[in-house]
Design a protein around this ligand. Structure first.
Ligand SMILES: [Zn+2]
Length: 257
């Protein structure tokens, strides 16, 4: 019976020096991808091979890719424990290469991925997936769709160019219309929001909460933490210029300041 006693002693000493035994900032890396391709034509694309290597690296180094929903509950304190090396994968914008390039790799490694989608592009823009493709991906149980506003506005620019009334109307539409459309098209509740271009301010954070989102995500390049605002949890945008070494330092938290 020495083991439980020593555990109790550790807990007692921890409480003595650090206050409550659970008073620490819960954090987890959340990766943000956009599109994949054989060639890198823009800053949002990473080589398909690099994406495959990164996922392979995570699995072979003992990481567990957990669903965003599980991570959100952990950060909020609704779940007390997750695997030691947990990480979350998200992909923004609903580009067709998510379906053609990324999905086969995600299926190969069988890891959960959240897709942040802006509905105006789906089954509409040439570069985007269709609703059928999104539903097909969700049917694999590896993908889950969440909101990236309605048409991906630049809120910073809109705030400057629109009248106060027009801007407020736009923000309302972006948050509510996206949620309602995605819920109707995908047939499930929408709980999470990713800010387009990672742009947010205090006012937007309040409005997102009012619209019924349970958590929002930025691209502020550090781990998502319980101490951050609920509607602005950070993610790491992964770009092609990152070597596997850089990817390792992001995933392991070495870069988290
Ligand atoms: Zn985006």
């Amino acid at each position: 019976m020495t083991f439980p006693i020593s555990m109790l002693r550790v807990a007692f000493l921890w409480t003595l020096f650090f206050g409550t035994a659970f008073a620490y900032d819960k954090s987890i890396p959340v990766l943000c991808y956009h599109r994949c391709g054989e060639e890198v034509k823009d800053s949002m694309t990473i080589k398909t091979k690099a994406f495959d290597e990164q996922l392979g690296w995570l699995i072979s180094h003992g990481y567990t890719v957990i669903p965003l929903d599980t991570a959100a509950k952990y950060i909020k304190g609704e779940i007390q424990s997750i695997p030691a090396k947990s990480i979350v994968i998200t992909a923004d914008d609903g580009h067709k290469s998510v379906y053609s390039e990324m999905a086969p790799i995600i299926k190969k490694y069988k890891v959960p991925v959240t897709l942040f989608i802006y509905p105006s592009a789906i089954s509409n823009a040439k570069y985007a997936m269709t609703w059928d493709q999104l539903r097909e991906l969700e049917a694999t149980k590896l993908f889950y769709v969440e909101s990236h506003t309605y048409w991906h506005p630049n809120f910073k620019r809109e705030k400057k160019s629109l009248s106060k009334e027009e801007y407020e109307k736009s923000v309302h539409a972006q948050l509510y219309k996206s949620k309602a459309t995605l819920e109707k098209k995908m047939g499930h509740g929408i709980k999470y929001l990713a800010w387009p271009f990672g742009i947010y301010d205090e006012d937007l954070l309040v409005r997102a909460k009012e619209a019924g989102y349970e958590m929002g995500f930025s691209i502020d390049h550090h781990h998502a933490k319980s101490s951050e605002p609920l509607m602005a949890k950070s993610r790491y945008m992964i770009i092609d210029a990152y070597t596997l070494k850089r990817f390792e330092s992001i995933s392991s938290g070495k870069e988290d300041k």
